[in-house]
Design a protein around this ligand. Structure first.
Ligand code: SF4
Length: 212
């Protein structure tokens, strides 16, 4: 299995994810929303959880927040096919409530950590508090945004969730400022050869990695 290339490994993982019933969020979903992007993406964005549009379509960030994310990516010369986009939980919480800690933990152990281990992004960008707390527990988004952190060989660059920018103009200005840093951060990491080399798990063993 270790000889299988990362894209094949990710495809196998996504196939398994589509029938996941590991937590109660499976009960009300229309579709699992695994994530989009190539297995060799240098950057991985992690949002909170699927909303109504994402649940219907099976893709992350397809509503207003997604349009803003596209706008921010385009601003720095990127688009979705260049990056990997996923969420802390892959199934929509009922009525868009916050995911419970138990659901977050189960989905991280089963899917988010394995996705990170296969993709091995140069930068992980948690979008908002829930995603930040999965990779740096206890950290506040207001303190962490726009700064880089190192955890288990990964560079973490938190910023606000695009939904926050839709509610308050000042968050859009901050998001814009943070996204403008991403190209140089990526270039610095790649130029220094600092891309992570954490060994990906096989798909038939317990595949949790601990970012903390
Ligand atoms: S939220 Fe995650 S762990 Fe829970 S059922 Fe969906 S894919 Fe499985």
């Amino acid at each position: 299995m270790n000889e299988v290339d990362p894209q094949a490994r990710l495809d196998i993982m996504v196939s398994a994810m589509l029938s996941c019933v590991a937590c109660p969020l499976s009960e009300n979903r229309q579709n699992v929303v695994p994530g989009t992007g190539p297995a060799n993406a240098n950057i991985m964005f992690i949002g909170e959880g699927p909303g109504a549009n994402e649940d219907l379509q099976g893709y992350p960030f397809v509503g207003k927040s997604g349009r803003l994310l596209d706008e921010l990516l385009n601003m720095i010369g990127w688009n979705r096919k260049d990056v990997y986009i996923t969420n802390t939980v892959k199934c929509r919480p009922p009525e868009n409530r916050d995911p419970f800690e138990s659901e977050l933990k189960i989905c991280q152990e089963n899917w988010l950590d394995p996705q990170i281990a296969v993709i091995q992004p140069s930068i992980i960008v948690p979008l908002g508090l829930h995603a930040l707390q999965r990779v740096i527990p206890g950290m506040k988004i207001g303190d962490a945004r726009g700064k880089t952190f190192s955890r288990n060989g990964f560079t973490i660059f938190p910023t606000y969730h695009p939904a926050a920018a839709l509610r308050q103009k000042r968050y859009k200005e901050i998001l814009t400022e943070d996204f403008k840093q991403l190209p140089s951060l990526i270039n610095n990491i790649l130029n220094k050869g600092l891309r992570t080399t954490v060994t990906p798990p096989t798909t038939d063993e317990s595949h949790q990695i601990n970012l903390c």
